[in-house]
Ligand binder design. Structure first.
Ligand SMILES: *[C@@H]1O[C@H](CO)[C@@H](O)[C@H](O)[C@H]1NC(C)=O
Ligand SMILES: *[C@@H]1O[C@H](CO)[C@@H](O)[C@H](O)[C@H]1NC(C)=O
Ligand SMILES: [Zn+2]
Length: 509
């Protein structure tokens, strides 16, 4: 309400100043300036005020940002802001803006899938060296990594082979590891050739989940993997995460299996240990995720499981989501009857509108997500085409979970300056920056996505105001309880202020 009033007021002022310019033939320059500054104030962070210290940091940041943008402007084939991540990454890694973003406290990441959260390098270097890892392939020639023989479950048509044996008998173990990593990483120097269509890239992407999932539910791997997940967030200065997890039974080396509750208990234990070790890390919570393509009967079973888990872990399991390529079908509208069986007051965090189609079942998911009272929206890439829905998102204060690199790698947009996130920033749509599946495309943590947000989507002259607003949004739109949130803000205020000092002491640039 407040926002709307402010907006009307600003628009009023703008119209007045334009009229004034005409009526009193005030200078053309003044009218121009009035429009530019009105737009600046309307955008995300436009009304965020900076302390004297922050303003100094902003000045410094802007020097580097404008410098890097100017370089890209002069040299189009080195224009990082407009380049595909796979080509831009070496340049981003050398960028001063990126160094700043890496060290900047980024608050929370609110859209991240556990299976794709850890860097593929670590999976290969660590998990694939755990004794007992097996590989088999299915009829389509896709690999599955696992630590148990369960042919029915894995639907493999090949024998199981030990990864260690394969590696040992390969001509070049280093090359073997590189090829192993390719099973769980989309990287290619020529994405435009390797993935000519959205279908091509999604097929490989979906297969990567199938390759890795079984392996991370092996108890020792589960522990090491999720510990590394926390490490990678923490090392990137992220302090809290709401993880989407498709829960499965855990199994161990003796062949014993444990129900899904055990996976949650394990996660809680890891989380507690990690938080004890790093008191300025707030922790993680879990969004129960399940495949959107499931038939009604299967989805019903999943909803029952979700209900049970949420009753057992009311503070840890915070809500429900449907995952998988939206364009492939099962729109929310088709699942309405089953979704009604969710416990009342379930928080929904629905993926919606992750598409380039307009007025297809996929982008209409945005409408159903809103009618279902979703708490936040995953991607909402197509929201920009639906003014009434976009208005609803603003007035109902529903945050869009923007995952820039994911949208680029998964074929929705090439030049990130054309990402609808630019409009969301310009119109101050509630928004948080997320990373979705960083481990599957050589990203780590949240800094790379922040890089594109500030370099490609925000206006050239936008700096710390936007960054600070996005960072604080991540706590504001999280599902932390009031007490936890209060503590999170305290920790964030403190680390933010330390970071400002560090920049001014010349320790960042
Ligand atoms: C894998 O990671 C775990 C947990 O960080 C560590 O204890 C273990 O030594 C690592 N193993 C290898 C083979 O690198
Ligand atoms: C969504 O919220 C509105 C307003 O609180 C309520 O009337 C409606 O029944 C809710 N819809 C669902 C599907 O829960
Ligand atoms: Zn996602």
């Amino acid at each position: 309400m407040m926002c709307k009033l402010l907006l009307l007021l600003l628009l009023g002022l703008l119209v007045n100043s334009l009229q004034a310019a005409v009526e009193t033939t005030l200078s053309y320059e003044k009218a121009r300036q009035a429009v530019l500054s009105a737009e600046e104030q309307l955008m995300t962070g436009g009304r965020t005020s900076l302390s004297a210290k922050e303003s100094q940091v902003d000045d410094l940041f802007m020097q580097y940002k404008l410098g890097e943008l100017a370089q890209g402007f002069r040299n189009a084939d080195q224009n990082v802001a407009g380049m595909h991540f796979f080509k831009a990454k070496p340049l981003i890694d050398r960028s001063s803006v990126f160094k700043f973003l890496q060290q900047m406290p980024k608050g929370a990441v609110l859209h991240l899938h556990n299976t794709a959260a850890v860097s593929s390098k670590w999976v290969v270097r660590n998990m694939s060296y755990m004794p007992g890892m097996l590989r088999c392939t299915n009829a389509e020639g896709r690999s599955r990594l696992t630590f148990r023989r369960a042919p029915k479950l894995h639907k493999c048509t090949s024998q199981y082979v030990y990864v260690a044996d394969e590696r040992r008998s390969s001509i070049d173990p280093v090359l073997y590891d590189e090829n192993l990593e390719k099973l769980i990483n989309l990287y290619t120097p020529v994405p435009e050739l390797e993935y000519p269509t959205i279908t091509a890239v999604w097929n490989k992407f979906q297969a990567m989940f199938d390759t890795l999932t079984e392996a991370i539910f092996y108890l020792p791997a589960f522990r090491a993997y999720h510990w590394q997940l926390l490490e990678e967030l923490y090392n990137d200065n992220v302090m809290y995460a709401e993880l989407r997890i498709s829960l499965k039974e855990i199994y161990d080396a003796s062949g014993r299996t444990f129900p899904q509750e055990q996976a949650l208990r394990e996660l809680q234990a890891l989380n507690d240990k990690f938080v004890r070790l790093h008191p300025n890390f707030i922790g993680i919570k879990v969004i129960y995720a399940t495949w959107r393509g499931a038939d009604a009967a299967t989805l019903r079973v999943k909803i029952k499981e979700f209900r049970k888990l949420q009753e057992a872990f009311p503070k840890f399991v915070i809500g429900f989501d449907l995952v998988g390529q939206e364009d492939k079908g099962k729109p929310l509208y088709e699942q309405l009857a089953v979704l009604k069986e969710l416990p009342p007051n379930t928080n929904l965090f629905l993926h919606a509108g992750e598409t380039n189609w307009f007025s297809a079942s996929t982008d209409i998911n945005l409408l159903d997500a809103l009618l279902l009272n979703t708490t936040r929206m995953g991607h909402a890439f197509a929201l920009v085409k639906h003014p009434i829905l976009m208005n609803a998102v603003k007035t109902r204060n529903i945050a869009v979970e923007l995952s820039p690199i994911s949208n680029q790698v998964l074929h929705l947009v090439w030049d990130m300056r054309n990402h609808p996130g630019a409009q969301y920033l310009a119109l101050d749509v509630p928004m948080v920056i997320c990373n979705d599946d960083p481990g599957f495309w050589n990203a780590k943590g949240l800094s790379y996505d922040f890089y594109y947000a500030i370099m490609s989507m925000a206006p050239n002259n936008a700096g710390l105001r936007v960054l600070k607003t996005l960072v604080y949004n991540s706590v504001r739109y999280s599902m932390l309880t009031d007490r936890e949130r209060q503590r999170a803000y305290q920790v964030l205020d403190y680390s933010w202020s330390l970071f400002m000092d560090k920049v001014l002491q010349g320790k960042v640039f």
